[in-house]
Each structure stands twice: as structure tokens, then as C-alpha cells.
Ligand binder design. Structure first.
Ligand SMILES: [Zn+2]
Length: 724
């Protein structure tokens, strides 16, 4: 007998977790198509409802039908797209290709439905008393329509569609050109002497690249794994210059990959889109939906950072120049950009004798897991218990139940640590079930939940019979160093457990911070719960946790040598902390310069007709240390703001750092393990999702708006006292 499609019925697993063990490839497409059909049926039902539109019958109809019939598409999409990143294969990839246009069309049909918008608009104007959370959901829904052009005339809607389409096509072309430019250059070396300084891994990779091209010797390219070591280690200044110039002139050559006109057009297209929708500039349009909120808040941040870091950045450069000269470097025309990486690396080594590999023996994954869970227990009183009955999608994945301080079930937490075939690179946090509170208006639902086995459900039913707090299923997926099992060793190698770098520990803490944001969520609606917050606020909980990686008190709880059991030496920790701030001001100025450039383009109110290269040099001038070259260009390779989603958003990297440093400063002051402080952080921020304006949430925790002071302190920057 053929097994039933598990997406079509209740999961019957611990805490209703995804039944990975029963899902087969053929189940996905069937569930997708039926899910789309049910969505359409739901839409029809909603727009044809003869009753007056209300919040309940228009906005949250579906929010409250989670376990039911109309949730199918959501259910299958969640599993499918998570698997596509974490455990894919050719069949999955092919289905994704097939479904992608169908799903996009479906999403647009739902999102842009005019009759639905008429109802939403009506509710938006005529709603009765709503809680702040309900109001926020309604506003989000309404704004979503409006930002897609729902209020425009027929002609303007058509114009918007054209502009958006052109922008997305040009963004694609920008990326393709960039890719071609990247491929067009290679550095071919046949004289072994020219490899001087390069580490064996880089040389081997270059030899392999040459073989693949049918060439003798070594080939270096502009891809990061080849380019970065070359610029850091090669002693050949002229070759470094060639590599640098090739890298930094991408898209400005007189050939078919030129991106200059495309950039100009993209800036204009986005301005026109924003103005069609009633905003002065594209930045105004974007920032309306950000914590930063206004153009001037972004500029205030960027300018404050320039003022605070510039003197230190200038000093760092002088120091580097002096060091280069002491190494016998003749510096006609001063230190060049192709020199900085090379000498910075040498100087750092001289000052701190530190190397990422030195820490590995002290950072054994099993102990790190204990340390990270232990940190959550110490801060919040929560505990993690592995539960082998929860189905997982790969034997490497561990599933835990998370319990609150009082022992109540809080969440399911999956952890997927190591790389393997079929898994994307990088690290991310995701959810299989978001938290929300269901109002039990239907008797049948109540009966079904009482009969369910989950103790938490019974508990919440007993204490407050009219609602049910559906707890989240959160997952972190990473690519940390694997253990070396005895049967996997090569000659001369010894078996060893998974030993991490400090950077990998930070990655774990980062994703774990996102996970806590999901785990602690306590919101009414799923679309506003957990990590569903404004875009420049989402990295606060994650980056906040990274701060612990450099705290001795934390490292002491788990960092022991995997063979000798010795604790990580204090002196080593001190050197790591100090080395972290090496050239910090220069790094900050670089990020700020990109932020300034981004804002300069997207705050333009009128047609952008300037020469891109000279516009760029002017736009970021105040954040550039030393003299600028006029024969290079960042804009034509700045995918983030031209082709990616960071247009008028690049500032958010620094914005998030300011926030996490400022929040951690509270813990530094009140005690990094202080439970009252942690309880406040949980209550005011981690449990609140996107139910309120992030600045409001933040101020409730902090008692005021964030300042850059804590970041300065962490980076070891002393601010010059301003003259009155
Ligand atoms: Zn993150």
C-alpha cells in the first residue's frame, strides 16, 4: 500500500515536529500544488465573504488556521526550502527550478490581489479597537500592498511594473558582467621565484588552477581563495599591484562588461520607483521600514563614526608606513593599497604572535556545545535535553528539547554542525515552526488539543483555556570543522575530535543568538514573532552573543586542551583580545566609506547624470585615509547595493555593531552573567519579535537610545574631546 503524504495530515510526532523520516521526494510536488489550490480557495472565500470586512475575517483568517487546512503551502514550503539549503540533491534542485516560477506567480497573485486590497483598505480605515500587536499586523499588511503600488492609478501601476522589471534585469546583468570581468583576468606565473612568501596551500591551489587550464606553472585569479592569500603573503610588489588593479577596475573597461551606464541607470530606476510611490528618494522609501527610520539617522551614525575613528585610522596608517619602511620598502608616492594587506599581516604577527590554529586544541566542539548551552542556562535558566525520538533529516543532526527555568517545555532546537555534500556553505538559523498564540474559538480545535500528548498544551489550556501558545521549532545549520575519525586518517595523522577556531565558536554563538530570539518568542502572530523583525534589528541578538567569545569568564567554562585538559592560558586570551583591535579604525573607515557611497546614490532627488567614478571619489572622501586613486572604481563591483538587497542598507552592518556593543555594555556593567539583566533582555527584546517598533523595545531594555561609545571602547578607540 502506498504511504500517505505526511504533509496532508497531523504529524503525530513529539511536539508535532516535522516527520523527516516519512517524507519522500514525491510528497513535495503534490503538496505544493494542492497547497497553492487551497490558498486560491482561501483567497476566493475571503474576497467573496458577504460580511463587512473586519480584522478577523480579512487579516487574521489564516493566522488562526495554522494547524488546519489552509496552512499546507506554508508547511511544505518550510520543509522543502530548508532541505534545499541543508540536505539537497539533484532531484530537489530540479524541483526547485520547476516550482520557482509557479510559486513566484502565486505569491504575486495573492500579494497583488485588488479585491483583497479593497477589504484590507476598508479594515485599515474602519477597524474597531485593536491591541498594539493587532494594529501592527494590520499596518504591515496594508503597507505591504501600498509599497507594491496598490494605491497607484492603472497607468502608474504599469509604470511601476516596468521600472521594477528593468531594475531586476539590470541587476542581473550587473552581476553577470561582474562575473565575466572576474574570469577575464588571471596572473600566470612560470618563474618559481615569483611565488616567494606564499603559503603551500595557496601555491598548490594555483598549480591546480594552471593544470586545469592546460598551463605550466601557477595561475592566480580574482576569486577570494586565490586573491586574498596572494595580497597578504606575496613579497612581489609589482605582481600585487597587477592583481590589485585588475580587481579594482572591474566593470570600467571599455568592453561589453562595462557596468558604468548600468549603475547610473539602476540609481535612476530606484529613484523613480520611490518617487512614483510618493517618497522623495529611494533611501526614504527603504528606511521607512527600518529601525533607523530616517536618512538623517543614518548620516548621523556614519558621520559620528568618521569623527571618532578617523584620527586613529590616520595613526594606524602612519604606523604601517613606518613599519614598511623599516622592512626596507621604498615608498615613493607613499604606501599603496596593494601594500597594506601585506604589511598589516606582518605587523600583526610581530605584535601579537597569534594564529587562528593555536586555539583549536582548546576548542573541542563537544565542550563548546556544553559551554554555549551552559551560558544560556546561566543567563536565562533554560536547559537543553537531547531527544532521539524527534525525527531528523540526517544522522549528523541533533534534536533537543528546550525547557524553561520552571521546567515548562519551551521549544525544539535542532543543531546541524558539519559540512557535507548537499549542504550550502556558511551558517544560518531557521525555523520549522514559528511561535504564535492561537485563540481557540472553535470547540472542535479545543477537543483535539486536549487529547494531544503535549504537556505544555494541556498546561496552557488549563491555565488559560481560550488560548494556546504554539512553541517554536528552531534550527541552526553550520559548517564547522569536522572530527577526524580513526578510519579517516592519512599516514602520520592522528584521529581527533572536532576542534574549532575561535571564529567558529563565534559563528556558533551568533547563530545560537538568533535561535534564542526564536526560542523565547512570546507573540500573538507568527508573522510578527521570533526573528520576524525589521531588517536592521535582526542581528542584535546574534551579534550580542558573539561578545562572549572574548570573555575569559566564559572561555574558562569549557576551553580545555583536548589532550592535556589544561585550561586555555590567560595570557593567550589577552593576546587574542588585543589582536582583535589591530587596525580596527581602518576597517571601520572602510565600512563607513561604503555606507556613505551607498547613501550618496540613493538620496539623490533628481536625475543622476554624473560621472560614476568621480561621483564615488567625492561621495566617500571624508572616510578615506590618505590620497585616493582616481583610476579604480568600487561602484561597478558593489553588488550589495547595485544587484543585492542592500541598496540604502549598507549602513546596517555598522548599525548592528553599535547596537550589540551598546547592549553588551549593559551586561559588562551589571555583570556578564547577571540574571536580572538577562531577564530584562529576554522580556523586552528576545520575547517580543517584531510586535513593536524596535527602537521602543530597545529603549525599554536600555533606558535610552544606543550610542557609539561602547563600540569605540570595544575597538580600543579613544574619542578626541570636541572643542566647544
Ligand atoms: Zn546573523
Amino acid at each position: 500500500m502506498e504511504a500517505k503524504n505526511p504533509f496532508f495530515e497531523p504529524y503525530h510526532t513529539p511536539h508535532d515536529t516535522v516527520p523527516f523520516d516519512r517524507i519522500r521526494m514525491e510528497h513535495y510536488e503534490e503538496a505544493f500544488m494542492e497547497g497553492i489550490r487551497r490558498d486560491e480557495e482561501y483567497l476566493e472565500k475571503t474576497i467573496n465573504n458577504p460580511e463587512r470586512p473586519t480584522f478577523n475575517n480579512t487579516i487574521i483568517n489564516k493566522e488562526d488556521d495554522k494547524e488546519g487546512y489552509y496552512d499546507l503551502l506554508d508547511r511544505v514550503s518550510t520543509v522543502f526550502f530548508n532541505m534545499l539549503s541543508a540536505e539537497t540533491n539533484d532531484e530537489m534542485d530540479a524541483l526547485a527550478q520547476k516550482m520557482s516560477p509557479i510559486l513566484t506567480k502565486h505569491a504575486n497573485d495573492m500579494r497583488l490581489n485588488e479585491q483583497l486590497f479593497e477589504r484590507v483598505k476598508y479594515v485599515h480605515r474602519h477597524h474597531g479597537k485593536l491591541t498594539p500587536e493587532e494594529k501592527r499586523l494590520l499596518d504591515d499588511c496594508y503597507e505591504g500592498f501600498v509599497r507594491s503600488g496598490a494605491l497607484l492609478s492603472k497607468e502608474d501601476k504599469e509604470r511601476l511594473r516596468q521600472l521594477t522589471e528593468e531594475a531586476s534585469l539590470l541587476g542581473l546583468q550587473f552581476s553577470q558582467n561582474l562575473l565575466k570581468e572576474n574570469k577575464a583576468f588571471s596572473l600566470h606565473i612560470t618563474d618559481e621565484g615569483q611565488l616567494d612568501g606564499l603559503p603551500p596551500t595557496a601555491v598548490d591551489a594555483a598549480a591546480q588552477e594552471a593544470r586545469q587550464r592546460g598551463l605550466e606553472g601557477w595561475v592566480f585569479t580574482l576569486d577570494a581563495p586565490s586573491y586574498t592569500p596572494f595580497m597578504t603573503y606575496s613579497t612581489q610588489r609589482e605582481l600585487r599591484r597587477q592583481m590589485y588593479m585588475a580587481y579594482n577596475t572591474k566593470g570600467i573597461h571599455d568592453n561589453e562588461n562595462n557596468n558604468l551606464a548600468i549603475c547610473q541607470r539602476l540609481v535612476n530606476l530606484r529613484r523613480e520607483i520611490a518617487q512614483l510611490l510618493g517618497y522623495k528618494t529611494y533611501a526614504d522609501y527603504v528606511l521607512k521600514r527600518r529601525m533607523a527610520g530616517k536618512v538623517r539617522s543614518v548620516y548621523r551614525l556614519l558621520n559620528d563614526l568618521v569623527d571618532a575613528y578617523m584620527p586613529a585610522a590616520v595613526m594606524e596608517r602612519e604606523q604601517l608606513e613606518k613599519f614598511a619602511v623599516s622592512k626596507g620598502q621604498k615608498l615613493e608616492g607613499g604606501l599603496q593599497p596593494w601594500d597594506t594587506g601585506f604589511y598589516a599581516h606582518k605587523l600583526k604577527l610581530k605584535k601579537y604572535h597569534i594564529d587562528a590554529e593555536m586555539l583549536r586544541p582548546y576548542l573541542q566542539l563537544d565542550k563548546v556545545i556544553g559551554g554555549v548551552f551552559g551560558l544560556a542556562t546561566r543567563l536565562y535558566g533554560i536547559t537543553f535535553k537531547e531527544n532521539p525520538d524527534i525525527p531528523v533529516y540526517h544522522p549528523d543532526v541533533k534534536a533537543y528539547e528546550v525547557f524553561d527555568k520552571d521546567g515548562a517545555y519551551l521549544a525544539v532546537f535542532y543543531a546541524d554542525f558539519h559540512p557535507r555534500q548537499g549542504k550550502q556553505g556558511g551558517a544560518w538559523m531557521t525555523e520549522y515552526q514559528g511561535q504564535y498564540i492561537r485563540e481557540l474559538r472553535d470547540k472542535r480545535l479545543e477537543l483535539r488539543d486536549i487529547s494531544s500528548t503535549s504537556p505544555q498544551k494541556e498546561k496552557s489550556l488549563n491555565s488559560k483555556p481560550s488560548t494556546l501558545n504554539v512553541r517554536p521549532h528552531v534550527s541552526v545549520v553550520m559548517n564547522l570543522t569536522k572530527p577526524l575519525p580513526a578510519d579517516g586518517t592519512r599516514e602520520g595523522e592522528e584521529a581527533r575530535p572536532a576542534l574549532l577556531t575561535l571564529g567558529e565558536v563565534e559563528t556558533f554563538l551568533h547563530e545560537f543568538g538568533h535561535a534564542l530570539h526564536g526560542i523565547f518568542s512570546n507573540c500573538r502572530f507568527e508573522s510578527l514573532s521570533g526573528t520576524n523583525v525589521l531588517w536592521d534589528f535582526v542581528e542584535l541578538p546574534s551579534q550580542f552573543m558573539e561578545n562572549y567569545a572574548l570573555e575569559k569568564e566564559f572561555l574558562r567554562t569549557f576551553a580545555f586542551h583536548y589532550q592535556t585538559g589544561e585550561p586555555m592560558p590567560d595570557e593567550l586570551i589577552t593576546r587574542i583580545v588585543k589582536s582583535r583591535n589591530f587596525m580596527a579604525a581602518s576597517a571601520c573607515m572602510r565600512q563607513v566609506s561604503f555606507g556613505l557611497l551607498d547613501m550618496a546614490y540613493y538620496t539623490k532627488k533628481d536625475a543622476f547624470t554624473d560621472d560614476v567614478i568621480s561621483f564615488e571619489k567625492k561621495a566617500w572622501k571624508k572616510a578615506i585615509v590618505g590620497k585616493q586613486r582616481t583610476d579604480t572604481c568600487m561602484t561597478t563591483q558593489f553588488s550589495h547595493i547595485m544587484a543585492g538587497g542592500y541598496a540604502a542598507g549598507y549602513y546596517s552592518y555598522k548599525w548592528a555593531e553599535v547596537l550589540d556593543a551598546d547592549a553588551f555594555a549593559v551586561f559588562k556593567k551589571e555583570g556578564i552573567f547577571n540574571q536580572q539583566t538577562a531577564a530584562r533582555f529576554r522580556e523586552e527584546i528576545l520575547s517580543r519579535g517584531g510586535t513593536e517598533d524596535p527602537m521602543t523595545l530597545y529603549k525599554r531594555f536600555r533606558g535610552g537610545e544606543p550610542t557609539i561609545d561602547a563600540l569605540l571602547k570595544r575597538d580600543g578607540i579613544r574619542r578626541k574631546t570636541k572643542k566647544a
